[in-house]
Design a protein around this ligand. Structure first.
Ligand SMILES: Nc1ncnc2c1ncn2[C@@H]1O[C@H](COP(=O)(O)OP(=O)(O)OP(=O)(O)O)[C@@H](O)[C@H]1O
Ligand SMILES: [Mg+2]
Length: 420
C-alpha cells in the first residue's frame, strides 16, 4: 500500500519514518478522505507500545504520514533471521502487542493488518505496533468486501475478514494468534499458491501442529494459539484482558517443591480412592473369574488370588493418575493438598510424560496384573518385589533431594510443586 522512508525532522531534530501511499491509492479523493480520518483516530491513541503518528499531508498528489522512527527491526525480520523464537520471548512480545491493541480498541480502533512486519521492536526490545487502521482504508477503497479480493497478505487474516464479513477486535486477536504461531513454528500455519487458497485454508483447515515444535510439546501453548485462532470469532478470547491472562499463564512461575509428607498424604488419598473401587472389584473378580485361574501354581501366587485380582483392578490407578496428571497436572489427592506435577522447567506435563511417570512409580502392578497367574519361578517374583521396593525407596529419595524429586520424577524430568 505504500513505501516507508527514513527522514529527518529538521525543526525538532529527530529521525522520522514517512509512509507514502501508493499513487493509485492517493489518486482517489474518497480514499484520501478516509486515510485522513483513520490517521486522525490512530494519532489519538497514545500508548508506549504503539508507533506515534506525528502528522500527515499530501505532496505532489501523494498522501503521506510521518511517524516516529523505530530504530530496530520488525518481528518479521526477527523470525526470518533468527528462526523460531523461544516461548518466553514470543509470548512476551505478543503480550505487549495485546496491550497496545487493547488501548486502541478502547478508543474504537481495530488494526486489521496485524502481522510480524507491522510489529516493530525498538532498540530496547520494546514492541511497537505500526500501521493502525491503514488496512481499513485500502480495503474500503478497492471495494474488496464486495469483490472478495484481498489486499496485502492473507497469511494472517481471520476467516471472517477473508470472507468480507463483519470485523471486530477479534480479527486482530486471530491475526495476533497467527503471528504467535509464526514466531513459535518459524512459518505461517497456512500457505498456498494463491491468496484465495490461503484464505480458504484459514476458513476450513485445522491448525497444523508440526512435529518437534513447541506446539507439539506444550499443550498449554497450543491451547492458547488454538483459541486465538478459532475459526469462529465467538470461540476466541472475547477481550484482551482474557487473552493477556492466558498469555501470563504461559510464563514460567516460581516453583516451591512439595514436602514429601504432603505428597505421601496425596498419594494415600488417591490410593484409597482407587482402592475403594479396586478392592471390591478384586473381590468380584475372585468370584467371577476364580475358576479360570489354574491350579498347580507356586504357593506364593495361590495365597495371593485376591491380591492378584486387586492388582488387575489397580491398573485403574495407573490410568487415572496418568489422565489426571496429563490433563490437569493433579489428581484428586494432589488437588486436595494444592499440589501439582510440572516439568522441571515449570511448564505443564503432557499425557505421555504423565503415563511414563506413573508407570515408573507403579510399574510393579503391570507384570503382576498381566503375568501373575502364569506359573513363574519364584525367584523372578522376588526380583520384581525387590525392584518394586527399590522404587518405593526411590520415592523416599524425595526427602533428601533439594527439589524433592522421587526416582520417577528424576527419570521423567518432573517435579511436584505447590500450585500457585
Ligand atoms: N515507524 C517505523 N520505523 C522504522 N521502520 C519502519 C517503520 N514503519 C515501517 N518500518 C519498516 O518498513 C518496513 C516496510 O513497512 P510497510 O508498512 O511498508 O510494509 P509491510 O508492513 O510489510 O506491509 P503493509 O504495507 O501491509 O503494512 C517494515 O517491515 C519495517 O521494517
Ligand atoms: Mg506495515
Amino acid at each position: 500500500m505504500g513505501t516507508v522512508f527514513k527522514g529527518y525532522d529538521e525543526a525538532l531534530e529527530r529521525e522520522v519514518a514517512i509512509k507514502v501511499l501508493s499513487k493509485q491509492l492517493s489518486e482517489d479523493p474518497e480514499t484520501v478522505k478516509r486515510f485522513k480520518q483513520e490517521a486522525c483516530s490512530a494519532a489519538k491513541v497514545t500508548h508506549p507500545n504503539i508507533v506515534h503518528i506525528y502528522t500527515r499531508g499530501e505532496e505532489d498528489g501523494r498522501s503521506y504520514f510521518v511517524m516516529e522512527y523505530v530504530a530496530g527491526r520488525s518481528l518479521g525480520q526477527e523470525v526470518q533471521e533468527q528462526g523460531r523464537a523461544p516461548v518466553e520471548k514470543a509470548v512476551a512480545w505478543i503480550r505487549e502487542a495485546a496491550l497496545a491493541l487493547k488501548a486502541a480498541h478502547q478508543q474504537g480502533i481495530i488494526h486489521r493488518d496485524i502481522k510480524p512486519s507491522n510489529i516493530l521492536l525498538d532498540s530496547c526490545g520494546t514492541v511497537r505496533i505500526a500501521d493502525f487502521g491503514l488496512a481499513k482504508v485500502v480495503k474500503a477503497d478497492l471495494g474488496l468486501t464486495k469483490t472478495g479480493m484481498v489486499v496485502g497478505t492473507p497469511f494472517y487474516m481471520a476467516p471472517e475478514q477473508g470472507k468480507g464479513g463483519i470485523v471486530d477486535h477479534r480479527a486482530d486477536i486471530y491475526a495476533l494468534g497467527v503471528t504467535l504461531y509464526h514466531l513459535l513454528v518459524g512459518r505461517v500455519p497456512f500457505d498456498g499458491g494463491t491468496p484465495l487458497e490461503v484464505m480458504l485454508k484459514h476458513v476450513s483447515d485445522p491448525i497444523p501442529v508440526p512435529k518437534d515444535t513447541v506446539l507439539e510439546s506444550r499443550r498449554d501453548v497450543r491451547r492458547v494459539v488454538e483459541k486465538m485462532m478459532a475459526k469462529d470469532a465467538n470461540d476466541r478470547y472475547a477481550n484482551y484482558d482474557d487473552l493477556i491472562a492466558a498469555l501470563d499463564g504461559l510464563r514460567p512461575r516460581p516453583l516451591t517443591p512439595a514436602s514429601p509428607v504432603s505428597r505421601l498424604v496425596a498419594a494415600a488419598i488417591d490410593f484409597f480412592l482407587i482402592g475403594g473401587i479396586a478392592v471390591p472389584a478384586g473381590v468380584l473378580a475372585r468370584f467371577s473369574f476364580g475358576t479360570v485361574i489354574t491350579s498347580g501354581r507356586p504357593p506364593f501366587l495361590e495365597l495371593s488370588e485376591l491380591f492378584l485380582n486387586s492388582m488387575r483392578a489397580m491398573s485403574l490407578l495407573i490410568l487415572y493418575l496418568s489422565y489426571a496428571h496429563g490433563r490437569f497436572g493433579q489428581s484428586v489427592g494432589k488437588y486436595l493438598l494444592n499440589l501439582c506435577v510440572v516439568r522441571s522447567d515449570g511448564f505443564p506435563i503432557n499425557f505421555k510424560t504423565a503415563l511414563g511417570r506413573t508407570l515408573a512409580a507403579y510399574f510393579l502392578v503391570i507384570p503382576i496384573a498381566l503375568f501373575g497367574d502364569i506359573p513363574v519361578p519364584r525367584v523372578l517374583l522376588y526380583l520384581l518385589v525387590a525392584v518394586g521396593a527399590a522404587f518405593t525407596f526411590g520415592y523416599l529419595l524425595a526427602a533428601f533431594d533439594p527439589r524433592r524429586r522421587a526416582l520417577h520424577d528424576r527419570l521423567c524430568g518432573t517435579v511436584v510443586v505447590y500450585k500457585l
